[in-house]
Design a protein around this ligand. Structure first.
Ligand SMILES: C[S@@+](CC[C@H](N)C(=O)[O-])C[C@H]1O[C@@H](n2cnc3c(N)ncnc32)[C@H](O)[C@@H]1O
Length: 189
């Protein structure tokens, strides 16, 4: 899974707060796993909002559907998620929350996933993810941050959550109108 342990409630709450979930109408979570961040999201999610969780592990998807019946979970086989099928061609998100182990991914996979997902983030939308302190200094961790920075208007880091195992911090990346336009896919002919 790329994780030493599921995210702690403290880290999960920080992620949900950083993504401004209570104000979001459309939320995407990548790699919800056993659902620690999903639980924090569900506490803040408005009853009118739509949530989509994309997870590669089918048994996690089954458990998540049972635990959070009002939220949508889909099993995905690869990094090229079929957003058109899940949401319609114009579906986009106010907040994208990722629990993917970016620093464990090869750089080519980091690029493929970000190129696929970021065009679905609305202008001014937030992309929020976490990194284990220290791992972000590995070449793959630095590469991920550089890739993310190149796709958004600004990127901030929270202080480290020392109560998480391992200690971790949160990246908050905000999409600008300009970057959003640059990443829009061409409408199908
Ligand atoms: C590091 S775990 C994090 C789980 C949970 N979000 C947490 O914070 O404890 C990563 C999860 O992402 C899933 N995953 C890995 N690659 C994925 C991909 N390309 N798309 C969707 N899910 C993926 C794994 O199956 C795993 O459940």
């Amino acid at each position: 899974m790329g994780a030493v342990a599921p995210s702690s409630p403290m880290l999960a709450s920080l992620i949900a707060d950083s993504a401004d979930i209570s104000a979001a109408k459309h939320v995407l979570e990548l790699g919800p796993g056993t659902g620690p961040i999903t639980a924090a999201i569900s506490k803040s999610l408005s009853s009118h909002a739509h949530y989509l969780g994309l997870e590669m592990n089918e048994s996690f998807v089954k458990q998540l559907r049972e635990r959070f019946p009002a939220m949508q979970f889909e099993a995905v086989a690869a990094q090229l998620y079929d957003f058109d099928a899940f949401l319609g061609r114009d579906g986009s998100f106010d907040a994208i929350v990722s629990g993917l182990p970016w620093s464990a991914f090869p750089e080519s996979l980091q690029i493929t996933i970000l190129d696929h997902v970021m065009p679905r983030l609305k202008p001014g939308g937030l992309f929020v993810t976490f990194a284990y302190s220290g791992f972000h200094l590995l070449p793959s961790g630095r590469h991920f941050r550089k890739l993310l920075s190149s796709r958004v208007a600004e990127i901030k880091m929270t202080p480290t959550v020392w109560g998480n195992f391992p200690p971790a911090f949160v990246y908050m990346a905000k999409m600008s109108d300009k970057n959003f336009a640059a990443h829009q896919t061409e409408p199908a002919a």
